[in-house]
Design a binder for this molecule. Structure first.
Ligand SMILES: [Zn+2]
Length: 454
């Protein structure tokens, strides 16, 4: 008895001593991995995800995990690794992130791929979107592999290419060509979640369950080129500009989609009285002549099909008239918008002088259900720290490819980020607070363990 008691005491001392050491070890391992990951320039285009796939593959193989590299016909790799359980029938949990990043663009105060540590933050393109999440998933996956806990379901680590350009060569291709890898999947955990921080405290976790759908267009015009001094009102640039001018002047129509209403209503209870009043009057506001006047900044995005003319390409000399001009238009549709009808309306506004080519278009996809076992597990684990809200995002992620196939996909960020961290997404000086990163890795490891082991 005494021996047992002292053994137990020793074990306890050992546990108390090793637990923080293990956590510290994991934190520094994760930071090192993130720095190495951020040093790889995977700007899309062209992506160069082979750099990232090689790095992740080596890390997994060194830990004894076999991997599978799947390469699209365009040469874009995705990496797949699976920990198997004795319950494949319960459906796997997929940990999904994308390896590509948007190009750095101008305005950086440091090298976007130097992975510099400054002011307690790690700087680099992909620090928030979304290599930090990839490393948190990797840590959770390795922890399951190294640990002794019994898996209650299979767990898949999936790193994909091409998300930033629509996922056509990444998740889109993988699901179309290698559907067998995702046959028994219960849910996907990927990017897209957003957490509300109020006065430096986490007010709620947001698990994204629905989003807008992309409809990306190339609009082009042709005309006689030549010397820039010749009077000609029907050149390619003139035709294009006139058509786009009409599109830019189009008044968006406001409406409340069911998924958006559900999101606003679930958030309202946690957001204070101003937001609650706004949600109570939402139908009235949306029906008013100028809804944007009454809505808080950012909210119109959730209530319209947005049309953004983002790229204009034509001649490059003031005295030469080019024979072709084109624009890329980024349209984001609400979940229940009829894409055909909307496209028809856009074409009519643009008129007969231009050609419209659809570059990317997503079918309707159901919101991911919140009554699944996995969502329930996420919710009960995370709500120990803050309430959990199923959210809707105005952006798009690869989750849509899974939802189109009725596989529940949940967007969740384990990182509690402040304004400076959030501002760097797709802009200059992307960075992540190291303490937020450590905390997020810990959250992910514990969350994944809680929902996939006994
Ligand atoms: Zn992303």
């Amino acid at each position: 008895m005494l021996r047992t008691a002292s053994l137990a005491a020793c074990l306890l001392v050992l546990l108390v001593q090793t637990a923080p050491t293990a956590a510290r070890g994991r934190a520094s391992e994760a930071r090192d991995l993130l720095r190495a990951y951020l040093e790889l320039d995977t700007s899309n285009p062209p992506g160069n995800e082979n750099l990232a796939a090689r790095f992740l593959r080596r890390t997994l193989n060194d830990a004894g995990v076999p991997t599978r590299l799947l390469v699209s016909p365009g040469g874009r790799p995705s990496l797949y690794a699976r920990l198997t359980s004795e319950h494949p029938d319960r459906g796997a949990l997929v940990l999904l992130h994308h390896m590509d990043v948007v190009p750095p663009g101008p305005g950086w105060t440091s090298d976007a791929f130097a992975a510099e540590v400054r002011d307690g933050r790690l700087w680099g393109r992909g620090a928030v979107d979304v290599k930090s999440l990839g490393i948190a998933h990797l840590e959770a996956f390795l922890e399951l592999h190294r640990g002794r806990a019994t898996l209650t379901r299979d767990v898949i680590f999936l790193a994909v290419a091409d998300e930033e350009a629509g996922g056509i060569e990444g998740t889109g291709w993988l699901l179309a060509e290698h559907g067998e890898l995702f046959e028994r999947v219960a849910a996907v955990l990927g990017e897209g979640g957003s957490n509300r921080v109020y006065r430096e405290r986490l007010a709620w976790w947001g698990i994204e369950v629905a989003q807008k759908r992309p409809l990306w267009l190339r609009v082009s015009a042709e005309g006689r080129g030549g010397h820039g001094s010749s009077m000609n009102l029907h050149t390619a640039p003139h035709r294009l500009v006139r058509a786009l001018g009409r599109l830019a002047e189009r008044r968006p129509s406001f409406r409340v989609s069911p998924d958006v209403r559900r999101y606003f209503e679930s958030v309202a209870a946690l957001q204070g009285s101003t937001f609650q009043e706004l949600v109570d009057r939402l139908d009235e506001i949306v029906a008013s002549p100028e809804p944007e006047r009454e809505l808080l900044p950012g909210l119109p995005n959730y209530l319209v099909d947005s049309v953004q003319i983002n790229t204009l390409v034509s001649g490059d000399r003031v005295n030469v008239t080019p024979s072709r001009a084109e624009a890329l238009v980024d349209i984001r549709l609400l979940p229940d918008t009829d894409a055909d009808r909307f496209l028809g309306e856009v074409k009519e506004i643009l008129g007969p002088d231009v050609t419209v080519e659809v570059l990317l278009r997503a079918p309707e996809a159901p919101a991911s259900p919140t009554d699944t076992e996995i969502y329930g597990c996420f919710e009960s684990f995370l709500s120990q720290r803050a309430p959990v809200v199923p959210t809707f995002i105005a952006g798009v992620t690869d989750s849509r490819y899974f939802r189109e196939r009725s596989i529940p996909a949940y967007g969740f960020s384990p990182f509690i980020l402040d304004g400076p961290d959030m501002r760097g997404i797709h802009g200059p000086d992307e960075k992540i607070s190291l303490s937020a990163f450590d905390d997020g890795v810990r959250t992910t490891v514990d969350l994944v363990r809680a929902c996939t082991t006994d």
